[in-house]
Unconditional design. Structure first.
Lengths: 403, 517, 319, 303
């Protein structure tokens, strides 16, 4: 009985993403019809350019990577109770550093050149991310504003560099020269666009998971995120954690910039990122700050982006804006679906408790709360998704921002 | 101590709960509970942590809706959908967790409460209303101070004021005295007695059996969401109530008085504090020239009203707060300039007053909480990597040793009951075998069984030669475990008594008497 | 239509065999911008009209997505895919290698591969010289202004063309210039224009997209301030201030190059277009533009096309 | 700089501040009630669009403003459904609604306003206040602007008064600070949050409308160009209080008005660095004038 219910909940949880994409497509179909396009054909093209062939799948992966890396970083910052809104800027600065090393750095041979450029990208991203961290830790200044303001500064800086000092000779648009092969991330799967950036991203997923859950630094980060004041009382140097978490967060975003320059684009140019760093905020939270969840969420965004090219070209007569509309509606419906799911689950658990009269455990033995007595589904201790926990933690941390 | 109960003959039920049941996801918090409350009585509600007391009274106030069962007011079935309904029915409520908005002033909070109860009054008249209520019940508060800046007892008074402002017929109080000093608690009990005398029905939740015996007319005991019994106070005893609550008293360690101060040796004190001063956030200094010393094998108590500086003193020694002047020496070594971590390594343990916010990290697991102070040094980590297996093993050992009732090391600390949370703090701090133990309010909000466990552990540590400094507002607690008690008032030490010849009344006068000046 | 990476140029061959040309345009921004992207859309319409081709347009293609869109069109069997702007060079370069049977053109680019990738550009300073000349003649204060978005070779050449033309008309003219950092933000452009007007400019030129809306609004707030904008006659957008436009719509060049494609003479080359002798007026006329100024400007245009005036090509950004 | 150019700079600063001020005051109300709106930018953008569309359809600038309000409220309502009803994370919802707003207005621009005739509406005239407007230097900036600029600035004391002096404001803050406590005090938490959110939507919509109906007389794709984010930052910078928010916005808009004029005055600094100026000034001001106010405790936390 319980199993059947649990199965049903699992079924619902799997159906939600599918259903929400479907609903978004249904709404967009009306817009496509209204402007004279054939929705079925448009969607066929959309799906085939996202997942229809090995090449398409590769494109989805390539588009997931620059979202995945900053999202991992944002998740780390959030684990420490910090909002890194500035991943977009850190990404650009990372790209700038990678291009700088590749174009003007030492003449290294293949793996070393690319590796050095990636390290430079991470270092530069870390530096850009650490600025709001330092101001937060030592001056108590809200990291949200600083990291956001630094996005605009970073973009203008990159514009300056590619429009002026590093502009490629005879270029008709603001971009540097193509970097030498020793610095490129090579294509992994011939016949697709999948480059070694994917490996970098996968390594980053594992490393992030490892850092957070397997190192003493990760434990300090989670501790500060969950309770800043308490962590301080327990002897954690909070300022160290704040600065390092923001730096690591920036490093991951910077790495994304490096991967874009050395892998996908081959050079630094204006408009390198189309809001990857901002979308990554949604991805990190949608993935509930959990590396695997973030991988899934960035694949969703990557697929929607890759599908966008198919949809855009098929839907002649319909404004290209149909693509972001589908993308956003899919996520809005997903959010609503998850909300409905959480409600169903809570109602189910309360009903279980009533039906079985699962009595709270003896006093001072709240095993019932920690989910050990009684045949109850797992994970009941976590009524709120991690993301909400992080928000709560963040706000608790704010409270402790004493003089 | 004299009884302050109304002693009036009991009338018919003013308000009654019939078979109410309330389930939370995974927990049946109230299971067919019956309870009736009569005009003019003080009715106490007892039960261990998590027994369902707060949930039950929350139903009366409309904070939650029962899954089944009825609420009757003067015989008629009613639905209480929220505080506005409750106010209309004449129910006032002082919640266990303060329900004031800390950033708003006392006056604004009162205005908000009245507005929420459906009885808004013009903003101009609020101070006058506060004045009037304060005068009637002897509750001094300043209308223009933000509530967050008041001492805990001040906040408690604001809660009372808000409940009384709606002129209730029924007043529910959920652990109102847990943070009050003896004098204030005494005053509160008197007020309650007076109000019952005026015909109010009062429902009082408390963990202090002695208080319950003194003030109530009847007692209802809950255990694991079920009602165990309702008894006439006159015909019961502390022992019987304890048995009703816990079920089996044999598991509870008996709290005996300490043997008179073991051997006040001539050895230099383990912990000494010299002329410590801490400037306050506001005008008055928090600590003013405090000096004291604690020897190895001694428990020293710090008595005082909430806000008289005991907690701050402990925080300075622990390194959480910095002193403006003065010295702290541990084992003769000055602690100035040492970080919290370094003090921990120097053998100082700290059990903070606010365990949820200061002592634990709720979002982490039990084993992670137990390891947080052990990062580095190889016990739980190896070159910066967590030794998960070792952490789990150690956590299991501590869970067993300190009898922490929890599913396992991986359970989130926030899911533990208050008593078990406190045991996690104790286990973590004491597992380092500290030579100096600082505790503030070590049993705040804990039930009977948990309290005795904490006391027993502190006594055991003393026997092993630790120097223990305990701050508490609960004089009975200090009398039960301390060798010496220092009384603090307004940031100074105003007296010292040896626990063998002290009485609660005597210390209480010392604590409060000077303050009145 | 599946989009596989390599070797699927078959669609293009099919289309070619049916004889009807299929051309796709990829625009970087919004075709409603009354500027560069609108000209792209207009060029697409011209191609349809002149060549009877099947024309597809995709707008708002961000830099990171350009190659995907190129590839979609190539895979769908379009014979020619045109990227509207130099920033499409990278996408065209990579996809042209994957689809050898499809031709790729970058407008305002410089790439060529000798087979299926070529580009189109114009000697922009020759047009802008005419605009600069008219602007200086129009100015009563002797100060004109140029408002731009960002500075890179093409936009710098635009500015210098205007400057040179203005100096030619009136050696004592002052040409003020500002880059707002954003072609699209009309509020910034409005602010910049107001500032330039505050410094005495009474004729405003420039190089913007959506930013033009802000220029018009600012000019409307001034006294006797007029605007000389770009691409096509569009004085209906702000009849009170738009005195002239430099007519440099690139559709005609695209048609020319597409004809070469049809004739099999494309050859993957770069095509650079000077102001042609048969261009027609390079300046639009309006009631705000005195006829003598208009006629003088047309004279200048004639001298440019016959080579007696040679505007310099200068790509350097002002320091 | 001469006094007349300073005067012109101030005129520009004040009119640049107005749209930001509407959005930021709306956000101040909403954040005080615990609802964070990353989609402030999106609400401005939708308001900017519906404002122009409304003014075009109804041939009235004032009805245009009304439509701007409706547009902002509509996007706020989507946020409310996602977060207040279905408990979605407020940040995720906000980020995504920005994408939706940009897509939807770009779509609407092509479909509804595509023709250049539709995309040109009359703008508000300036209303010169006699005497006051002739005060040297500051007169024109403060007393020779369009009506909606005056309204924006008058809203500052109004919002202050509502938040600090009315029962509604008290309840709002209670909800943002301690929602559980507020609920037990009888405050209808959900209703208050909805109200605050919709007011924010209305004001953000007005801010967008101010940009297009008072400023440009047209809608262009992404016409807000990040101003919603600046308003969001101003709320934090201003310490969640109307007067602080006003200060933050004036600082930013003055720096912005200055940087764009610096080139016209012949400053030999690359324009990219000038464009950074407002952001750098904000960072610097924050670093120097440390004012640590904390956010409402329950900001972004669903209840
Ligand atoms: N909102 C809630 N959601 C889920 N479970 C809850 C909630 N509130 C209370 N519980 C659970 O219901 C049970 C009864 O809790 P309640 O607060 O009523 O206990 P209590 O008797 O007041 O304890 P204490 O003496 O510690 O205050 C506990 O197991 C508690 O964890
Ligand atoms: N943010 C911080 N707050 C408090 N202490 C810190 C902080 N960062 C590092 N430390 C302390 O600095 C030292 C080095 O930290 P780390 O945990 O990396 O050590 P480790 O390499 O794991 O050492 P071991 O191998 O002995 O476990 C430790 O004593 C650690 O507790
Ligand atoms: Mg309780
Ligand atoms: Mg370690």
């Amino acid at each position: 009985m319980i199993n059947r219910q649990r199965l049903r909940l699992q079924g619902v949880s799997l159906a939600i993403p599918v259903l929400s994409v479907f609903l978004a497509l249904a709404v967009a179909a009306a817009l496509l019809r209204a402007s004279g396009s054939n929705p079925i054909a448009a969607y066929q093209d959309m799906i085939s350019s996202a997942v229809g062939s090995p090449f398409a799948l590769g494109t989805t992966l390539v588009k997931a990577v620059p979202r995945l890396l900053p999202a991992l970083g944002i998740a780390i910052a959030l684990r420490a109770g910090l909002w890194n809104i500035g991943a977009e800027g850190q990404l650009y600065i990372g790209a700038l550093a990678a291009a700088g090393v590749a174009l003007y750095g030492p003449a290294l041979s293949f793996p070393f050149g690319a590796a050095l450029a990636l390290v430079a990208a991470m270092a530069a991203g870390a530096l850009w991310g650490a600025i709001p961290g330092v101001l937060r830790a030592f001056r108590g200044i809200n990291e949200v504003i600083i990291s956001l303001m630094l996005v605009y500064v970073a973009i203008q800086l990159v514009n300056y560099i590619v429009e002026g000092p590093w502009l490629a000779p005879h270029s008709t648009f603001p971009a540097t020269s193509i970097v030498a092969n020793a610095f490129r991330l090579p294509i992994l799967v011939p016949g697709t666009l999948v480059n070694a950036g994917l490996i970098v991203a996968l390594v980053a997923v594992v490393v992030t998971w490892f850092l957070i859950s397997r190192t003493s630094w990760g434990l300090r980060v989670r501790s500060v995120g969950a309770n800043e004041r308490g962590s301080r009382v327990l002897g954690v140097r909070v300022s160290g954690v704040v600065v390092s978490a923001m730096a690591v967060s920036g490093a991951l975003a910077g790495l994304a910039g490096g991967v874009e320059v050395l892998g996908t684009r081959g050079r630094l140019l204006e408009g390198l990122s189309s809001n990857y760093g901002f979308e990554a905020i949604a991805i990190a939270l949608l993935g509930r700050l959990n590396p695997l969840g973030i991988v899934a969420a960035s694949l969703l965004f990557g697929a929607l982006d890759a599908g966008g090219a198919g949809l855009q070209t098929a839907a002649q007569g319909t404004p290209a804006a149909i693509v972001p509309i589908v993308e956003a509606l899919a996520v809005v419906f997903l959010l609503i679906g998850l909300g409905i799911f959480e409600r169903m689950r809570a109602r189910q658990l309360a009903a279980d408790a009533l039906r079985r009269s699962v009595v709270p455990a003896p006093a001072d033995e709240s095993a019932a709360e920690s989910g050990t007595t009684g045949p109850r589904p797992p994970a009941t201790g976590r009524r709120h998704p991690d993301a909400d926990d992080a928000t709560t933690a963040l706000l608790t941390a704010r409270k402790a921002e004493g003089p | 101590m004299s009884r302050v109960g109304s002693g009036r003959p009991h009338g018919p039920a003013l308000i009654a709960l019939e078979g109410v049941t309330k389930a939370y996801p995974g927990v049946l918090a109230c299971d067919s509970v019956d309870l009736d409350l009569r005009a003019g009585e003080v009715h106490a509600l007892l039960g261990e942590n998590g027994a369902g007391k707060s949930t039950l009274v929350g139903l009366l106030f409309g904070l939650q809706q029962p899954d089944s069962g009825r609420i009757r007011v003067e015989g008629a079935e009613v639905r209480v959908r929220g505080p506005r309904d409750a106010a209309a029915l004449g129910i006032g409520f002082v919640q266990q967790h303060f329900s004031s908005i800390p950033t708003l002033t006392v006056g604004e909070n009162l205005a908000l409460a009245l507005q929420g109860a459906g009885r808004p009054i013009p903003r101009r008249t609020v101070p006058a209303r506060i004045q009037e209520l304060s005068a009637r019940y002897g509750l001094g508060v300043e209308p223009h101070r933000p509530v967050g800046q008041l001492s805990v007892s001040g906040q408690q008074r604001v809660e009372l004021l808000k409940a009384l402002a709606v002129e209730p017929r029924v007043l529910i109080l959920d652990e109102p005295s847990s943070l009050l000093g003896p004098q204030e608690a005494e005053e509160l009990l008197e007020i309650l007695g007076r109000m019952a005398g005026d015909g109010l029905a009062i429902l009082l939740i408390s963990h202090k059996l002695e208080e319950v015996l003194r003030v109530s007319d009847r007692v209802t005991v809950l255990r694991r969401g079920r009602k165990v019994a309702t008894v006439e106070t006159a015909s019961t005893s502390e022992h019987e109530l304890g048995r009703l609550m816990v079920g089996d008293l044999a598991t509870v360690q008996e709290a005996g008085r300490p043997a008179a101060a073991a051997s006040p040796s001539d050895a230099p004190p383990r912990l000494s504090i010299e002329d410590l001063t801490v400037a306050g956030d506001r005008k008055a200094d928090v600590l003013r020239g405090v000096s004291l010393s604690v020897s190895a094998g001694e428990i020293v108590g710090l008595a005082g009203l909430e806000g008289s500086g005991q907690v701050e003193l402990i925080e300075v020694v622990a390194g959480v707060r910095t002193a403006t002047s003065g010295r702290v020496l541990s084992g003769g070594v000055p602690m100035a300039g040492r970080s919290i971590r370094e003090r921990q390594q120097a053998g100082i343990a700290h059990i903070p007053a606010d365990r949820r916010n200061d002592g634990l990290v709720g979002g982490l697991s039990v084993s992670e909480n137990l390891s947080l102070t052990e990062l580095g040094g190889g016990k739980c980590t190896h070159f910066g990597l967590l030794r998960k297996r070792e952490m789990t093993r150690r956590a299991q050992e501590l869970i067993a040793r300190y009898d922490i009732r929890v599913g396992g090391p991986a359970a989130l600390v926030s899911t533990l009951s208050g008593g078990n949370q406190q045991k996690v703090v104790l286990a973590r701090e004491l597992s380092r075998d500290p030579e100096v133990i600082l505790c503030a309010y070590p049993t705040w909000g804990l039930d009977f069984a948990a309290t005795s466990a904490v006391h027993a552990e502190l006594r055991r540590r003393r026997a092993e030669g630790a120097a223990v400094l305990v701050a508490s507002v609960d004089l009975d607690e200090l009398l039960a475990i301390c060798d010496r008690i220092l009384v603090m008032q307004g940031g100074r030490i105003v007296g010292e008594v040896s626990s063998s010849n002290a009485t609660a009344e005597g210390i209480g006068r010392l604590m409060g008497g000077v303050e009145a000046a | 239509g599946g989009s596989s990476g390599s070797g699927s140029g078959s669609g293009a061959a099919d289309a070619a065999s049916t004889g009807k040309l299929k051309v796709a345009f990829i625009l970087p921004g919004s075709p409603t911008d009354q500027g560069y992207n609108a000209d792209g859309k207009r060029s697409a319409d011209l191609v349809k009209k002149e060549l009877g081709a099947d024309v597809a347009v995709t707008d708002n293609v961000a830099v990171p997505n350009q190659a995907d869109v190129y590839r979609q069109y190539a895979a769908k069997g379009y014979n020619v895919v045109i990227g509207w702007g130099g920033q499409f060079t990278d996408g065209a370069t990579s996809v042209s290698a994957e689809f050898p049977k499809t031709d790729f053109i970058v407008v305002n680019g410089a790439s060529e591969n000798g087979s299926n990738l070529g580009s189109i550009d114009t000697d922009i300073e020759q047009w802008e010289f005419v605009r600069g000349f008219a602007a200086a003649k129009l100015s009563k204060s002797g100060t004109i202004a140029w408002v731009g978005g960002q500075c890179f070779p093409a936009t710098a050449a635009n500015l210098h063309g205007v400057e040179e033309g203005a100096k030619y008309a009136n050696p004592g003219v002052k040409v003020l210039s500002t880059f707002t950092g954003d072609f699209e933000d009309p509020t910034k452009a409005q602010q910049a224009t107001q500032a330039l007007m505050g410094n005495g400019a009474d004729v405003i030129t420039g190089n913007l997209n959506n930013g033009w809306f802000g220029v018009y609004k600012a000019a409307e707030g001034g006294q006797g301030v007029t605007v000389a904008n770009e691409w096509i006659e569009s004085s209906n957008l702000a009849p009170g201030v738009i005195a002239a436009a430099v007519l440099k719509s690139q559709g005609k060049f695209v048609v020319d190059v597409l004809k070469k494609v049809q004739d099999g003479a494309f050859g993957g080359k770069h095509y650079q277009f000077p102001l042609p002798a048969d261009w027609g007026p390079a300046l639009s006329q309006s009631k705000l533009l005195p006829n003598d100024v208009y006629q003088a400007a047309l004279d200048v245009q004639k001298k440019i096309s016959d080579g007696s005036i040679k505007p310099k090509h200068d790509e350097t950004c002002p320091k | 700089m001469t006094s007349s150019s300073i005067s012109l700079l101030l005129v520009a600063a004040i009119s640049l501040a107005a749209p930001l001020l509407y959005a930021a005051l709306g956000e101040t109300i909403s954040e005080n009630a615990g609802v964070i709106n990353i989609q402030l930018e999106g609400m401005m953008l939708v308001g900017a669009f519906t404002g122009v569309y409304g003014a075009h359809v109804f041939h009235s600038t004032w009805l245009g403003f009304l439509c701007a309000v409706a547009g902002g409220v509509a996007l706020a309502a989507v946020h409310g459904v996602a977060c207040l009803v279905f408990r979605a994370n407020q940040i995720v919802s906000g980020v995504v609604l920005n994408i939706l707003a940009l897509g939807a207005t770009s779509y609407g621009l092509v479909v509804l306003l595509g023709s250049s005739a539709g995309n040109s509406v009359p703008t508000l005239a300036r209303v010169r206040i006699p005497l006051l407007s002739s005060i040297p230097v500051i007169g024109p900036a403060l007393f020779d602007q369009n009506v909606m600029v005056y309204v924006a600035f008058l809203l500052v004391p109004v919002v202050w008064w509502v938040l600090r002096r009315t029962g509604f404001g008290l309840a709002l803050q209670a909800v943002g600070e301690r929602p559980q406590a507020a609920s037990s005090l009888g405050v209808a938490v959900a209703r208050m949050r909805w109200l605050a959110l919709l007011i924010c939507g209305a004001l953000a919509g007005l801010g967008g409308g101010q940009l297009t109906l008072a400023g440009l007389g047209a809608f262009t794709q992404n016409v807000t160009a990040g101003r919603g984010f600046i308003a969001l930052a101003a709320v934090v910078f201003g310490g969640w209080r109307p007067w602080g928010v006003l200060g933050a916005i004036l600082l930013f808009s003055t720096a912005d008005a200055f940087q764009i004029r610096a080139q016209a005055f012949g400053a030999h600094i690359p324009y990219q660095f000038l464009a950074m100026l407002p952001y750098l000034v904000t960072i610097l001001a924050l670093a120097v004038l440390v004012r640590r106010r904390r956010a409402p405790s329950a900001l972004g936390v669903n209840v």
